[in-house]
Design a protein. Structure first.
Length: 157
C-alpha cells in the first residue's frame, strides 16, 4: 500500500544508553539539508546515523528534507519511543512540503548518538523516502534513485 497523505515513522529507540559505534568519531557532527543516504535495514532502524551522506548522483533511498534543534529538554534516548516520535513528527512535518501524489511518501528521523551529543550536537534530521510496499525485504519496500528528488518536488526521475 502506498501512503498518500499519511506518514509513518519506524524507529527503534533504546530507553537505556545506546552503544557507541567505533566509527562514531568519524561521523559528520552536523547533518546537511539535501544529504543523500543508501540505508540498509540496520541503518534505517538505528536511532542515530551510522554513516555519512553520499553524493546524490549515486544510488540512494533517502534524502534529508529538514534539520532542526532537538525540541525536548533531555537526550533523545531518555524518552519513550512514542514521546520521541511525537516530538520528531512535530518538527519534521514543519518541513514536509511534498505533494500528496509525490513519490516521496515516507519519512524517518535521526538524532545525535551519545558521542555526538557529548560533542554538543543537538539536532534532529528528517529524511524522506519512497515506500513502495509494506511487506517484503527492505530493498523491496523502499525505492532507490539517483539525483535529488527534493529538488523535483518529491518525484523520482
Amino acid at each position: 500500500m502506498k501512503f498518500k497523505t499519511a506518514f509513518a515513522v519506524v524507529l527503534s529507540l533504546a530507553v537505556v544508553t545506546q552503544a557507541i559505534p567505533a566509527e562514531a568519531a568519524t561521523l559528520q557532527l552536523t547533518p546537511k539539508l539535501g544529504g543523500c543516504y543508501l540505508f540498509t535495514e540496520k541503518e534505517f532502524n538505528a536511532p542515530s546515523p551510522l554513516t555519512n551522506p553520499i553524493p546524490c548522483s549515486k544510488l540512494h533511498n533517502a534524502e534529508t528534507f529538514g534539520i532542526d534543534k532537538w525540541p525536548l529538554k533531555n537526550q533523545p534516548w531518555k524518552y519513550t519511543v512514542d514521546m520521541a516520535r511525537d516530538a520528531a513528527e512535530q518538527v519534521c512535518m514543519q518541513y514536509w512540503d511534498y505533494p500528496d501524489d509525490s513519490d516521496l511518501n515516507f519519512w524517518a528521523y535521526f538524532t545525535p548518538s551519545p558521542a555526538q551529543w557529548a560533542k554538543g550536537a543537538r539536532w534532529i534530521r528528517c529524511d524522506a523516502m519512497a515506500l513502495l510496499v509494506e511487506k517484503g525485504t527492505f530493498k523491496q519496500m523502499y525505492a532507490s534513485w539517483t539525483g535529488n528528488a527534493g529538488l523535483t518536488s518529491g518525484y523520482l526521475a
